[in-house]
Design a protein around this ligand. Structure first.
Ligand code: HEM
Length: 194
């Protein structure tokens, strides 16, 4: 046990928890915002070809850094979390609601990554329904990071959360507008007998 404490102290698990949480957050931010623009007709196909792999890669790495964040919490030398506190949403004795949102966000990420891998088997409709959960997922992460992060009161962290929230909201609004226009176009097309 003493050796384990030396290892976790040397690793500075707290630093790993913070760095992996922030990295996962930033990667997910890039992935969700690019994802919002990678479908629909906002961006020309040539640009989409570049955006789509970045969207997928940042999503994958965001998920992996999220895994590291959860694993480091369980071996933290100062306040180790029990597996149940990390894995069961809202079960933690510390900040249960906002940590629960972190857990839910992690499960949504896992569902998105897995469903994308087996997209052909699932069919596009089910895959898309799962993928659309990435919008609430990012909101959960935003609340979790801004409330639970010990850096959240620092000016740089405030700026990071504020800027990402504004850009996310804009991307979501543009995405909803494009969807709404697309549906309107379909109705118009049907009315013209097409
Ligand atoms: C993949 C999903 C997750 C992401 C992207 C994420 C992201 C973040 C971010 C950005 C922070 C703020 C770091 C800072 O300001 O220093 C944070 C802090 C924290 N997260 Fe998560 N989180 C996730 C899942 C979880 C889960 C499942 C738990 C446990 C139930 C958890 C527990 C914590 C704790 C305790 C802190 C505070 C660390 C500190 O003292 O700064 N997170 N997380």
């Amino acid at each position: 046990m003493a050796t384990w404490t030396v290892v976790t102290d040397w690793l500075s698990t707290w630093g790993v928890i913070k760095a992996s949480g922030l990295t996962a957050y930033m990667l997910m931010f890039v992935s969700v915002v690019l994802g919002a623009f990678s479908y629909g007709a906002v961006i020309p196909p040539d640009v989409k070809k570049i955006l789509l792999p970045i969207h997928q890669t940042t999503g994958w790495f965001g998920f992996l850094f999220g895994l590291l964040h959860g694993a480091a919490l369980m071996i933290d030398g100062y306040r180790p979390f029990l597996p149940g506190e990390v894995l069961v949403p809202f079960a933690s004795g510390f900040h249960p609601v906002t940590l629960g949102l972190g857990t839910l966000a992690f499960y949504i990420m896992a569902a998105i990554v897995i469903s994308s891998d087996i997209m052909r088997k699932l069919g596009r409709k089910i895959w898309k329904s799962v993928h659309m959960l990435s919008y609430p997922m990012f909101l959960f992460l935003l609340v979790h990071g801004a409330v639970d992060g010990s850096d959240a009161d620092k000016p740089w962290a405030f700026l990071m959360y504020a800027c990402s929230a504004v850009i996310f909201a804009e991307a979501l609004l543009i995405r909803m507008y494009v969807q709404w226009k697309k549906k309107g176009g379909q109705i118009e097309g049907l009315a013209r007998g097409r």
